[in-house]
Design a protein around this ligand. Sequence first.
Ligand code: RUB
Length: 322
Amino acid sequence: MRPSHVDKDGVTLGLIEIADSIKSMEIRGAGLIARSAAEALREQAQEYQGDDLAELHRRLEEGRRSLISSRPTAISLWNAVQATLRGSSKATETEELRALVISNADRFIERSSKAVEIIGRIGSKRLKSGMAVLTHCNSKAALGVIKAAHADGKDISVYATESRPWRQGLLTVSDLAAAQIPSTLIIDSAVRWSMKEVDVVLVGADTICSNGALINKIGTSQVALAAEEARVPFIVCAETYKFSPKTVMGELVEIEERDAREIVDPRELPAGVKVRNPIFDSTPAEHIDSIVTEIGVISPYAAYEVIVNELGQESIFEANEG
Ligand code: RUB
């Protein structure tokens, strides 16, 4: 009889729950998705107490596939899973494999959390007292910069977009309120209207392509255009594991499209009307002033170097393998 905390394939219910929560967006935001995936694989390795090496490999592979397929756009998820399983094919005993996955996962989670902290410190140097920041959706990395500036005693205020249809802007203003940072919530279509009062735009990233394009919450590209028109700097806050080795190998980023019912109840629509719900978009490098990463402030055109130097040739080879 199989234990109650694993499914018929030996995948832990904890991992299945995490993959389901990523899919349903209970776990959301590219950084958190990545850390949760590493944690799920860690648990998968820890749970297996047998000594069949092939069986542990099989369980990890099942878990890997189910996590990777949970959401298609954020490369942070793929990078986290690859980093957690890196070197596993060389393990010759179950104990060695278990220990490797656990230590890889711990290292990824620690580095990822630290990266957000460092980005906060670096990015806050770009904010001066009295500045108004506009942010889109709900990005821990972007909010980390705002909070770090506030903690340094700077007087910062924030315009937060509602971010339809999931309204992550409400999370953003709650988070800011908890940190006692004044914020103003606006509907997405009020971005251009607000830009005259904004000094800088800070957004997060789901993926940064090798050509420097940013993939982030739908509407980000419109925010960038409005910022450019008003000569307001558009700055991206992104950990290096948001950069995509897959794009180096020519792969295009899949833009997730979700159920139309997230936008509108079909009963409200006349017959025959189609609804589309793409939830990310691409902002070309030319509209981006800089990217704040944990290794410093870079130009979007340095994305390729970040992928090669920080994620390594190995990740580019793995990306080629699929
Ligand atoms: C979230 C989103 C965020 C990035 C970066 O989209 O687009 O800007 O994921 O977030 P969703 P972070 O709500 O659909 O996951 O900086 O927290 O990683």
